[in-house]
Design a protein around this ligand. Structure first.
Ligand SMILES: NC(=O)c1ccc[n+]([C@@H]2O[C@H](COP(=O)([O-])OP(=O)(O)OC[C@H]3O[C@@H](n4cnc5c(N)ncnc54)[C@H](O)[C@@H]3O)[C@@H](O)[C@H]2O)c1
Length: 441
């Protein structure tokens, strides 16, 4: 059992803190917001993450997990401090390190015994050294040893708990191998492949991984656009490509592209680092450009079908940036809604869990509905934005009857084009080729 302090109770900090407690450690999670903290003490979570509530409640009850707004309390017994604060995009695309700096300074001021600072936030290459400098300058007794270990996080929102407990790999970077090995020991019960390297390499592994995944999606989206022009079906193309073990089927789903709290800011930050250090990140720029175009392309296709949006009602299914999360950060839905509103459309929408967060961003520009059937009522078109399971087996006959015009835009290619055509829908997927009559699907 180790004493851990986790700073930041978002998708990474809360999941990591709760999982570390579940593995038998004593974890104090630090959060700056009193209301959030009071709720967490009662087992009420600020985010939606499948399975997390149960783990938090179990470990609260067992006394291994606690929450505080006080750095003094959080740091009292801490042997390890996990930093999992946000690193959003700055104005020029760089990662904004203000939260990391604030956390490092607050931690440093309270160091009273040897400590390992484990950085889980995604941070620019060189940040570990920078944090060590901040800590050295702010700690009251410079003779107390401390170490900084980079431990980038690879969990996916929507399966964060599973990913945290079953990581493909644990990456640890430090100038001190012993410190990295002590962090590795925390993960020992998970039996994951562990890669111990230097600080900068660990930080780069995270950016390179996210950039590669975003590249895979932008690649298949470019293929999807080519398929659309030439009459091939990108779903089959992806299946054929993905069964090659060198390629793998993961991240080959053509659609309206990536969003969320990580890929957009991380690809941007990596491109920014590259260009400010004398490299021309031409592939990263293309990856971002393809992604931006994909959302516009989706709207353009619908404009062609409806002949414009003025006076038209468009229903959106799914608002979060992907299924199984309530996260609306850089969700494609927001840009698509703004494009449609700009051209005079009325918007209705529904999401299984992200409605509250959506309302915070979109306000009353959207009519929020109780379920997909209410979205369809009187709509001129439905746009499937995020592929929640509950959208996969809808009663399409009921939907068609209630729509003003049965147009279905499948932004994630989850429906069978032939079946929807037979039901009388005008259906458009992404890169689905031509149907038997030579029409786009
Ligand atoms: N969300 C993901 O799927 C994911 C996956 C891998 C890595 N990451 C990275 O992990 C980091 C955190 O991401 P997230 O999605 O959990 O962010 P988040 O916004 O959900 O959570 C960040 C938390 O940090 C808190 N915070 C900020 N400054 C603080 C301070 N000085 N002291 C205490 N708390 C503070 C915020 O209040 C918030 O609760 C980012 O760098 C992100 O890129 C995220």
């Amino acid at each position: 059992m180790k004493n851990i302090c986790a700073i930041g109770v978002g998708y990474v900090g809360l999941v990591t803190g709760a999982c570390m407690a579940d593995l038998g450690n004593r974890v104090v999670c630090l959060n700056r917001n009193q209301q959030k903290c009071d709720n967490l003490k009662k087992g009420i979570l600020p985010i939606y993450e499948p399975g997390l509530e149960e783990i938090v409640q179990r470990n609260l009850k067992a006394g291994r997990l606690s929450f505080t707004t006080s750095y003094d309390e959080a740091m009292e017994d801490a042997e390890f401090v996990f930093v999992a604060v946000g690193t959003p995009s700055g104005d020029g695309g760089e990662a904004d390190l203000a939260h990391v700096e604030a956390a490092a300074t607050a931690v440093a001021k309270r160091i009273h015994q040897p400590i390992i600072i484990v950085n889980k936030s995604t941070v620019p290459i060189g940040t570990g050294d920078w944090v060590a400098g901040i800590v050295r300058g702010a700690m009251p007794d410079p003779n107390i040893p401390f170490w900084v270990v980079s431990n980038p996080e690879f969990l996916r929102e929507g399966s964060g708990v599973y990913d945290c407990m079953n990581p493909d790999r644990v990456v640890l970077g430090s100038t001190n191998r012993e410190a990295a090995k002590r962090v590795a020991a925390l993960y020992y019960p998970l039996h994951a492949e562990t890669i111990i390297t230097d600080l900068r390499t660990a930080e780069m592994i995270k950016y390179a991984s996210n950039a590669f995944l975003a590249t895979k999606i932008s690649f298949i989206n470019e293929m999807s656009n080519i398929c659309e022009s030439l009459g091939a079906d990108v779903k089959e193309v992806a299946r054929g490509m993905g069964s090659d073990s060198r390629i793998s089927p993961q991240f080959l789903g053509a659609g309206i592209g990536w969003g969320g709290s990580c890929f957009p800011k991380d690809v941007k930050a990596l491109a920014h680092m590259a260009s400010t250090h004398g490299t021309h990140p031409q592939m990263l720029r293309a990856v971002m450009e393809i992604n931006r175009d994909q959302r516009k392309r989706f709207v353009t296709k619908l404009r062609h079908i409806l002949g414009g949006f003025r006076g038209k009602t468009i229903g959106l299914l799914g608002l979060s940036f992907k299924p199984n999360t309530d996260d609306m950060r850089d969700a494609p839905s927001v840009e698509i809604i703004n494009l449609l509103l700009y051209e005079g459309a009325e918007i209705k929408g529904y999401d299984p869990v992200a409605m509250e967060n959506a309302r915070r961003i979109l306000g009353d520009t959207v009519t929020y509905c109780q379920d997909p059937y209410e979205v369809a009522e009187g709509a001129d078109a439905l746009m499937l934005i995020s592929e929640w399971n509950e959208f996969k087996q809808l009663d399409m006959e009921r939907i068609k009857k209630s729509m003003r015009r049965p147009v279905l835009m499948d932004g994630r290619n989850i429906y069978d084009p032939r079946r929807l055509r037979e039901l009388g829908f005008t259906y458009r997927g992404m890169g689905r080729g031509y149907d038997e009559a030579g029409q786009p699907r």
